[in-house]
Design a binder for this molecule. Structure first.
Ligand SMILES: *Cc1c(COP(=O)(O)O)cnc(C)c1O
Length: 423
């Protein structure tokens, strides 16, 4: 980045420090990952200069012949990766992809049945302050208090009682497999549109490690930057019947010019996810999460639902006399990045909840396997046993920085490889 360094040393400095942070710390935020250098090259390319309102072959601007190729690759690869009938690769983010589906399928005031944010849902699934909650009356479903798994019977009951126009499945903090078929049945029974937001698990679905919602749902949305390991962005998919409405909801409904550089990055990540190595990556993400869960539970931490089937765990740190905020701060000091999170039926407030969420997608991209994850778990246990001990925190931080050197991030590679090191 010689040019950036010369032209704008302040921005350059911020980026260099962030790069160091990403290299030296252990990234356990469940929604984050490291993209390949190839993805970053696409996103950092001249495609950022191009206006391309419309769709490949049907644009409102001239000179689109090459960006058309990039976008068509993204569309075709998403179709073949997920088996979708129709793909729109333009949503700027996961939130925008969701908004596009609501805009395509609903009128303002139509009822939606979706998972409660406080029990693992997402803010775009009807939270009071989000457009979804403001414009679409939302009925929430949640977890069974005993098993802490989705209460599917309650979904059926609420669907019959409220007759929602749309039923939404998908979550941001749910550590178990979601039975999309059962929710699809509930939607079919009451004639509701069935939408799945697979933002967190798209990479696991792509790798065959989570049942796919695509054959069951009218609409499937995702982000591309979580387990799918691509650039920050969204994708919306649907059955052929909804194709026109979805496309026109994205543009001109919600967006102007698409971000062609990001769409090219999406094409690259989808191409990577189509390779056999990505299947191994997805399987390792899950094996690593299971190892982390087992080690923390055997150290006496209570995990929501007693474990995990996917890439994330939710730890109730009050089981150790801590709060989520205290745990996040203590771990952060030691170079372990996590986020505090509500646990189901939490009595505490979102700014200082009872839980911490952790996920293994990023560490797995660095090539960590079970043995490395056991070491990571041991550090977590040590730090949380003495959360106020700053001497211990800085000792652990030094150990972690040295350990992390053994697991290079993609930008460390001497030869920019197509896939990040490790996978
Ligand atoms: C992350 C996430 C989103 C939103 O993605 P953004 O790109 O941050 O807008 C939407 N839905 C779910 C379930 C998510 O986890």
């Amino acid at each position: 980045m010689d040019m950036l360094k010369a032209v704008d040393p302040d921005v350059y400095d911020a980026i260099v420090h962030e790069e160091e942070r990403q290299r030296d710390d252990l990234e356990l935020i469940a929604s984050e990952n490291y993209t390949s250098v190839a993805v970053m090259e696409a996103v950092g390319s001249v495609l950022t200069n191009k206006y391309a309102e419309g769709l490949p072959g049907k644009r409102y601007y001239g000179g689109c012949q090459f960006v058309d190729r990039a976008e068509q690759l993204a569309i075709d690869r998403a179709k073949s990766l997920f088996g979708a009938a129709h793909v729109n690769a333009q949503p700027h983010s996961g939130a925008t992809a969701n908004q596009a589906v609501f805009f395509a399928a609903l009128e303002i005031g139509d009822k939606v049945l979706a998972m409660d944010l406080a029990q693992g849902g997402h803010l775009t699934h009807g939270m009071r302050l989000n457009y979804s909650g403001r414009w679409y009356p939302t009925i929430s479903y949640g977890l069974d208090p005993k098993s802490e798994r989705i209460d599917y019977d309650a979904i059926v009951r609420l669907a019959r009682e409220h007759k929602p126009k749309l039923i939404l499945a998908g979550a941001s903090a749910y550590p178990r497999i979601i039975d999309f078929a059962r929710i699809a049945d509930a939607a079919r029974e009451v004639g509701a549109v069935f939408m799945v937001d697979m933002a967190h698990i798209a990479g696991l679905v792509a790798g065959g490690e989570h049942p796919s919602p695509v054959p069951l749902a009218d609409f499937v949305t995702t982000t591309t930057h979580k387990t799918l390991r691509g650039p920050r962005g969204g994708i919306a998919m649907c059955t052929q019947a909804w194709a026109k409405k979805l496309d026109s909801a994205v543009f001109p409904g919600l967006q102007g010019g698409p971000l062609m550089h990001v769409i090219a990055g999406k094409a690259v990540c989808l191409g990577e996810a189509l390779r056999p190595e990505f299947k191994a990556y997805a399987a390792q993400v899950i094996a690593n999460a299971r190892t982390l869960a087992e080690k923390l539970m055997s150290a006496g931490f209570r995990l929501v639902s007693n474990g995990t089937d996917n890439h994330l765990i939710l730890i109730d740190v009050t089981s150790k006399g801590l709060t989520g905020k205290v745990a996040e701060t203590a771990l952060g000091r030691a170079g372990i990045t996590v986020n505090k999170n509500l646990v189901p039926f939490d009595q505490r407030k979102p700014m200082d909840p009872s839980g911490v969420r952790m996920g293994t997608p990023a560490l797995t991209t660095r090539g960590m396997k079970e043995v490395a994850i056991e070491q990571v778990a041991a550090w977590i246990v040590r730090v949380l046993a003495a959360p106020e001990d700053e001497v211990l925190a800085s000792r652990v931080q030094r150990e972690i920085a040295e350990f992390a050197c053994g697991y290079p991030v993609p930008t460390d590679a001497a030869q920019p490889s197509v896939l990040p090191l490790g996978f």
